[in-house]
Design a protein around this ligand. Sequence first.
Ligand SMILES: C[S@@+](CC[C@H](N)C(=O)[O-])C[C@H]1O[C@@H](n2cnc3c(N)ncnc32)[C@H](O)[C@@H]1O
Length: 217
Amino acid sequence: MPAPIPLTAPGVEEYILEHTTPDTEELLELAEETIQRSDRPHMMVGPVEARFLQFLLFAHQPKRVLEIGTFTGYSALSMAKVLPGDARITTCELDEEYAAIARKHIAAGPYHDRIDVRTGPALETIGLLDGPYDFILLDADQPHFPDYLDPLVALLSERGILAADNTLWSGSVLDRTDDRPGAEGMRRFNDLVTARTDLESVLLSVRDGLRLIRRKP
Ligand SMILES: C[S@@+](CC[C@H](N)C(=O)[O-])C[C@H]1O[C@@H](n2cnc3c(N)ncnc32)[C@H](O)[C@@H]1O
């Protein structure tokens, strides 16, 4: 397996984390349980990206949010914290066990009537949803990201933003000889978005790469 390509100079990620508002108690508890019960806790977006999403949503004030990839609920609960009271989040998860952990933490907090966890393959779930959504976080099924672009753009509201996570795939998007499904899927997704003249986007080096996409007015 090719070695990951460093995305920042040594120590920079740690410095960023030290100078970012830490998780609240509930998010820390959820993260702790995720570490105990999952062998892939690194799938959580983590405090830096969570704070970034919170700033984005605080400014944007979306009423309808869609998330692809609930995992144990860390990002959904992070987003819920900054949304207006009448906003709703629909979040999709394939794995029933992860969804159960997410539902437990959501039920224990003040956002239980605002977050709806749907289980099943997300491409099937989103085919059943009525748009529009003001904010969509795509954070699951990375090898198949290209398949999500059209259906998710079609679900965006006029001022809607699609945020696609892991778009640097640990730097392996740079290595065209890396033919692992995640790396190939992400390169195809990034190239597809870039070629779309109807879309505006920016690829940010936040954590593993966060690409913000919207329809051109
Ligand atoms: C990177 S994690 C999401 C992390 C989450 N956003 C967070 O910050 O805690 C991706 C999740 O997507 C789920 N997943 C993978 N393929 C999926 C699919 N086709 N449909 C729905 N969920 C899927 C995985 O089970 C995993 O829990």
